[in-house]
Ligand binder design. Structure first.
Ligand SMILES: Nc1ncnc2c1ncn2[C@@H]1O[C@H](COP(=O)(O)OP(=O)(O)O)[C@@H](O)[C@H]1O
Ligand SMILES: [Mg+2]
Length: 130
């Protein structure tokens, strides 16, 4: 199997998502630091589902040719101001340091956000052996 889907509704699900990612990353020549970068991104984005999207979302990850792609999808209220959220500034809705989203973007090689009042979908890729 080269993909796995995890429903995100509690803190434990974050760890299930992380172990899925670790399992897949072992199969490609990812450096230790690249693996850590993906772990941090996955924990921040899945935690955002718990903090900002009514604790209901789906994490999906798969091995693609020479990389790992993951998706975090929720049907929460959406990211009100994406530019501000990506700037890494702490806002009134911040539950943490406000660096989760901007950090995740910086740590991954490809990063796309689609967000509306009906929810948020983030797709990110890390290439192996770069
Ligand atoms: N999945 C999401 N749904 C709705 N809003 C979100 C989501 N993820 C992030 N946000 C918004 O973007 C802001 C920045 O997110 P982040 O950088 O992770 O900081 P923090 O979680 O510490 O507030 C959050 O404060 C929140 O307003
Ligand atoms: Mg966060």
């Amino acid at each position: 199997m080269t993909y796995q889907q995890v429903n995100i509704s509690s803190e434990d699900d974050i760890y299930v998502a992380l172990s899925a990612v670790r399992h897949f990353m072992k199969r490609l020549p990812f450096s230790e630091s690249d693996q850590q970068k993906v772990f941090v991104s996955v924990s921040e984005l899945t935690r955002n589902v718990l903090d900002h999207a009514c604790s209901k979302g789906i994490f999906y990850c798969e091995l693609i040719d020479k990389g790992i792609r993951f998706m975090v999808i929720d049907h929460g209220p959406g990211i009100r101001n994406v530019d501000e959220a990506l700037s890494g500034k702490k806002t009134s809705s911040s539950r943490g340091l406000g660096l989760g989203l901007s950090g995740a973007k910086r740590l991954m090689d490809e990063f796309q956000i689609e967000t509306s009042t009906r929810g948020t979908k983030i797709v990110a890729i890390k290439w192996a052996g770069k």
